[in-house]
Design a protein around this ligand. Structure first.
Ligand SMILES: [Zn+2]
Length: 494
């Protein structure tokens, strides 16, 4: 006999009523940087969305502006999983070698080595310290963990393999001092993401005329492999001599290796569009002979007090700073959601305080509404919120609707509770955190266990039509089912 909880409210993210499927004519749309318009997202493999998200270079703490771009891939995952019932496979890299201090010129000292010198620790200690901090920040922000977090330093062989392929195809060449460069002019659509054209790039974009990269044939070419020179740390052997990989080739190698030649979505902050993603696209597409990434999705900058958040100007806020000031980390998440991901947002302490108050108020409302009998979700409001999120993640519109639902006298408290709980699976704000109803164990009605087993088998076989039919049969028995990463979660309708 399966023992389940009598009420749905013990979990912030498990509504007790079946969720209506999203309207058929809709579908998830995201603004594609390459095509410069919103595109409908249709996973290349039905039911499986493959997404690569550029991750942190772990030489220091990620500031909250960085965290905003990591939230983007979480929102896409949640909409894909909750609204479209896709399995979402996310790979996010950890860069712990090869990212040089000057991003644009692709020159200077490795950021890891510079940080190691400043802190008097080894690059490995630095990398693991800030990698752990990155995971802590993401957890505090309720960002669903990626399935895989490959570390660049542990993927050197696949990078060497990719560079070897590009050399064989004459997309790359070996310069002096055993560095290997990508030949930008060998990739005809270079510039499709950023609008930059190879022939119009001037020295200073992507590489300088005075570049120290000896043997580079053209100023827009970039290093796939850099000769170590006199450096002895973070140096690896290669067929071309000791050195280290270029930052751009790392993401090509890791995305192709972990997700294959067809990736549905590639995310990152807007500053990665050029040269990082432009170069990555040239490398990946050249190596396999076709477009690897279907949709490039970029998140905008975060300003703080009206200025760009940047370590160089000292205008930086970390998540622990907000917690120390007494704010819930999820107030920052709510603040982020109040702007659309591809709009610049200006974080201020006042705005954060307002978001924190809203979060507290919604949680106490949820605790009140949970005392009322459960009701089906408020349909008009729910559909508007689903449409907004499907429409290029229009989170501000979804939040406006949520506020309307909070205030309206038309919806019963039980319906408000269920709707907020369901939408929170998409927003990730832990809105039912203060709902303290104790769980009362009950048993499922006869026949329900069999149906749950059949439904699990149907889902494993990706037979979603049968799975939905069984969901209906379970509903007839008064049992609702929510699909969670841990499997199906049955609940008794109150
Ligand atoms: Zn990357």
């Amino acid at each position: 006999m399966v023992v389940v909880c009598a009420c749905a409210v013990v979990s912030a993210t498990v509504p007790s009523f079946d969720v209506p499927p999203p309207p058929q004519q809709a579908g998830m749309h995201l603004y594609d940087t390459r095509t410069r318009q919103p595109e409908q997202i249709r996973p290349g493999t039905p039911g499986l969305l493959r997404m690569y998200a550029c991750g942190p270079t772990v030489y220091r703490d990620a500031h909250v502006g960085n965290l905003r771009s990591f939230l983007l891939r979480d929102l896409i995952s949640r909409v894909g999983e909750v609204l479209h019932h896709w399995r979402v496979e996310v790979v996010q890299n950890i860069t712990d070698v090869g990212h040089l201090q000057d991003d644009t010129l692709d020159e200077g000292e490795d950021k890891m080595l510079a940080a190691a010198r400043q802190e008097g620790r080894s690059p490995l200690e630095i990398a693991r310290t800030y990698e752990a901090a990155f995971h802590r920040d993401l957890a505090a922000l309720n960002v669903t963990p990626a399935g895989t977090y490959p570390r660049a330093s542990e993927c050197i062989p696949i990078m060497l393999q990719l560079i070897g392929t590009l050399l064989e195809q004459a997309h790359a060449y070996v310069g002096e001092e055993s560095s290997v460069f990508f030949d930008a002019r060998s990739f005809p659509t270079y510039g499709a993401l950023s609008g930059n054209r190879v022939e119009e790039l001037r020295p200073g974009h992507g590489a300088s005329a005075q570049s120290t990269a000896a043997g580079k044939r053209f100023h827009a070419d970039w290093a796939l492999w850099k000769a170590a020179g006199t450096s002895r740390t973070l140096v690896y052997n290669s067929p071309w001599g000791p050195g280290f990989p270029g930052w751009h080739v790392e993401c090509s190698a890791m995305s192709l290796h972990y997700l294959g030649e067809h990736i549905d979505i590639h995310t990152g902050g807007i500053d990665l569009r050029f040269p990082h993603h432009e170069d990555e696209r040239a490398q990946s597409d050249s190596a396999v002979g076709h477009e690897v990434v279907r949709h490039w999705v970029h998140g905008e900058h975060l300003l703080f007090d009206g200025r760009k958040m940047a370590k160089s100007t000292g205008n930086v806020v970390l998540l622990p700073d907000l917690v120390e000031a007494g704010y819930d980390p999820l107030a920052l998440r709510l603040f982020f959601l109040q702007g659309r991901y591809r709009q610049q947002l200006n974080l201020t302490w006042d705005a954060l305080a307002a978001a924190d108050r809203t979060l507290t108020r919604w949680r106490s409302r949820m605790a009140e509404w949970a005392e009322w009998p459960s009701q089906p979700m408020a349909p008009g409001y729910l559909e508007r919120m689903i449409s907004a999120l499907d429409d290029d993640l229009d989170t501000p519109a979804a939040l406006i609707t949520l506020r309307e639902l909070e205030r309206t006298a038309e919806a019963a408290p039980g319906a408000k509770f269920e709707t907020f709980a369901y939408v929170d699976r998409l927003l990730g704000l832990d809105l039912a955190r203060d709902v303290g109803r104790p769980a009362a164990p009950v048993t499922l009605p006869p026949g329900a266990e069999d149906l749950l087993r059949q439904r699990a088998a149907a889902r494993a076989a990706k037979d979603f039509a049968t799975s939905d039919r069984i969901r209906g049969a379970l509903a007839d028995l008064g049992v609702t089912v929510t699909d969670t990463p841990d499997g199906q979660q049955p609940n008794l309708r109150r």
